[in-house]
Write a protein that binds this ligand. Sequence first.
Ligand SMILES: NC(=O)c1ccc[n+]([C@@H]2O[C@H](COP(=O)([O-])OP(=O)(O)OC[C@H]3O[C@@H](n4cnc5c(N)ncnc54)[C@H](OP(=O)(O)O)[C@@H]3O)[C@@H](O)[C@H]2O)c1
Length: 280
Amino acid sequence: MLRWFVTGAGGQLATAFAKTLEGEVFLSQEAALDIRDADAIHAAVHSFAPDIVLHTAAYTDVDGAEADPALAEAVNVEGTRNVIKAVRGTHTTVVYFSTDYVFDGAKGSPYVESDRTHPLGVYARTKLAGEEEVLSWVRGIVVRTAWLYSDTGKNFVKTILGAAQKAKAGEHLTVVDDQIGSPTYAGHLAAAVDEALRQGVAPGLYHMAGSGYCSWCELAREVVQLAGIDIEVVPTTTAELGRPAPRPAFSALTSERPIPRLPHWAAGVAEAVDRLIPLG
Ligand SMILES: NC(=O)c1ccc[n+]([C@@H]2O[C@H](COP(=O)([O-])OP(=O)(O)OC[C@H]3O[C@@H](n4cnc5c(N)ncnc54)[C@H](OP(=O)(O)O)[C@@H]3O)[C@@H](O)[C@H]2O)c1
């Protein structure tokens, strides 16, 4: 049986892994254990001696990173370096989760692993630098994913569902329609990563996201339709929304490598909405 160590316990992907790996020897990093603390991470990894570290911890506030780049750098780059330092000299595999935002969106068709990166914002730059730390480790695996959501944690699908449920008659939701990506259900990602690891996937870089792609507006419409809520979702533009961090206009991911494929993004939304709206 494998021994798994997860950083970022409490996050949506870590929670999905805890569910997928139920019954395994599994240690979630204590909430108090900060990946910026190199000694603490080293001690925790050495006392547990994991076969696999699922490094999900990250500073994930894309807009917040523009205001506090030092914090994003400390967590996403230095924190990741600490995790890699902790496993050097062991046989531990480290799986790091990166983002579609390492691309600038100019390609106009789904990105594969060999495509050139060009991050537009601070979050994306720090996640790309974290990738380099992980790929410097002989047992390092980088999984780029995208638009993660789950029935736990804070995410777009839950936000839209909550807003739609609270809306009064005649109100509408306004959602950007000029950013396209691959929404990914955390449960599907956790299952596919588990399968890849059990198949003995080689170290390196992989894209793993929900199949297909859509805009945020299309995703919102899917959520409200599945929830059976009669509310209009009105498209807007990125420029009108005016968020602090630049985001790629088209960042759908696909893979050119032998890796398990995830179900279509809409299947994940259906599963999440089912869990969020209990029957009856
Ligand atoms: N969410 C997405 O759309 C998306 C898309 C592509 C890639 N990813 C990547 O996928 C991974 C998982 O994402 P997610 O959506 O599960 O993120 P999440 O829900 O924001 O979880 C991240 C976790 O990391 C923790 N964390 C933050 N700083 C830390 C530190 N210094 N030491 C230890 N833990 C720390 C957070 O704790 P607090 O909540 O207490 O800060 C949180 O529990 C991340 O690496 C992210 O960059 C996410």
